[in-house]
Design a protein around this ligand. Structure first.
Ligand code: LLP
Length: 408
């Protein structure tokens, strides 16, 4: 069974007004996802952050800000964009991986909360800014995720300070009088298994007992969403009973600590609000395969090529057509350039508009100019509005070449 495309009439109008390839973000879905997570966390002393690496489109960020969320930023540009858009700096956690001196000074000067995941960086921070506040990223040595490339904890992971090195964290913070305000972990992305997530959180909670001045524990993002019609995403009833309830218990049994719990999802908030629209240019039948070639590709949505990720492909122009089997491929000169392989899609013809679903997270934010092709356009559909807003246009070959020549 195919997932129905949300608001398919609106999407077809957008394709005919603004052309393709185009990413579309539906504010209604974004708001509903944020509200849904908030509802599951009621009763926790809570701060929600948004991991803007998933999607930093300005209208998306503005909606996130209206919801009172803070930001997980991982580069100086992400930090600066969040500040420019009005997110309060005391709600921005700066978690640059392999942080450089320049990034450290930049984030300090901007007033963000630094999140340090290497002992050597903690030492450098202490030496440069003795007595300062900091958050420390731990590696609880338990990881999870939809693909090995997105597991960000465990013995093979480069992220965080291994939890067995806590004594060294204490020693460095004592030496430089650092105030460890927060502990952080993020064990991976696209997690569907609440037991593993809880195991990692418990490691953090135990570790937190040796820190006296802690104000928050950030348990990361990583909540999985349903990409296939028959999938459920992270089971929210289990999330409530196996994660939220014991977190509440922990807080209640350590009242003197006055801890807040922070979460920082990206995908959970934005994946389902986004759709990539593309036009079928070529139908090519061989003895083995029918290829449907579209005017987009792995440069716009790299997840299928990079992780074998599944995204539903829906034919908006022929929604009730008979299902036929296709390889839906892009226009990039690589054989990993596909959106779907051996997939049943409503009969496709040249000129049809297809929607690639659940592409609001790690779609445009991972897009690139490979083959000197333009990025897609981006359109935002505000709640209750019939006036979609084009907030990023595609570049013409002339613009791309002019930019390239200016760089040299
Ligand atoms: N916090 C930190 C420190 C992170 O590194 C990430 C994601 C998040 C939060 C948000 O994770 P989420 O809730 O979105 O799972 N490109 C991959 C995902 C990589 C995620 C990297 N870190 C994909 O398309 O599946």
């Amino acid at each position: 069974m195919l997932k129905p495309a949300p608001a398919s009439e609106t999407l077809l109008n957008i394709a005919s007004t603004f052309g393709t390839p185009t990413y579309v973000y539906l504010e209604e879905v974004l708001k509903e996802r944020i509200t849904s997570l908030k509802q599951h966390l009621v009763g926790l002393p809570l701060q929600l952050l948004y991991a803007m690496k998933a999607n930093h489109a300005v209208p998306v960020m503005n909606r996130v800000k209206q919801e009172g969320l803070g930001i997980d930023a991982v580069s100086s540009a992400e930090l600066l964009l969040a500040i420019e858009l009005g997110f309060p700096v005391d709600k921005i956690l700066f978690s640059a991986n392999n942080m450089t001196d320049t990034e450290m000074h930049y984030a300090k000067q901007k007033g963000a909360i630094l999140n340090v995941g290497e002992l050597s960086r903690l030492e450098k921070l202490g030496a440069a800014y003795p007595g300062s506040d900091v958050c420390v990223r731990l590696n609880p040595q338990i990881g999870a995720g939809h693909h090995r490339h997105v597991i960000t904890a465990g013995t093979e992971s480069k992220f965080g300070i291994p939890v067995e090195q806590i004594d060294q964290i204490h020693a460095i913070s004592k030496k430089y009088d650092l105030h460890i305000r927060g502990l952080h972990q993020h064990i991976g992305s696209g997690i569907l298994d609440t037991d593993t997530l809880w195991k990692a959180i418990s490691v953090m909670l135990n570790a937190s007992l040796s820190f006296d001045r802690l104000e928050f524990i950030n348990v990361g993002g990583g909540l999985g969403i349903p990409y296939r019609a028959d999938e459920a995403g992270i089971p929210m009833d289990e999330f409530a009973s196996k994660i939220v309830a014991p977190l509440k218990q922990f807080i209640a049994s350590h009242p003197s600590k006055k801890l807040e719990i922070w979460f920082e999802p990206g995908r959970f908030f934005t994946a389902e609000c986004g759709v990539l629209l593309a036009t079928v240019n070529t139908i090519k039948e061989t003895e083995q395969i029918t290829f449907a070639g579209v005017d987009s590709g792995m440069n716009h949505l790299v997840r299928p090529a990079m992780y074998g990720a599944f995204h539903e492909v829906v034919n908006l122009s022929n929604p009730n057509g008979p299902l036929e089997k296709y390889d839906v491929v892009g226009n990039i000169c690589e054989s990993a350039d596909f959106f779907a392989k051996g997939r049943m899609v409503q009969k496709l013809s040249e000129g049809d508009i297809v929607a690639v679903l659940d592409t609001g997270a790690y779609g445009m934010s991972m897009a690139n100019h490979y083959n000197m092709r333009s990025l897609p356009a981006e359109v935002f559909v505000p709640i209750g509005s019939h006036e979609p807003i084009l907030f990023r246009s595609r570049r013409t070959p002339e613009q791309i070449v002019a930019e390239t020549l200016n760089l040299s």
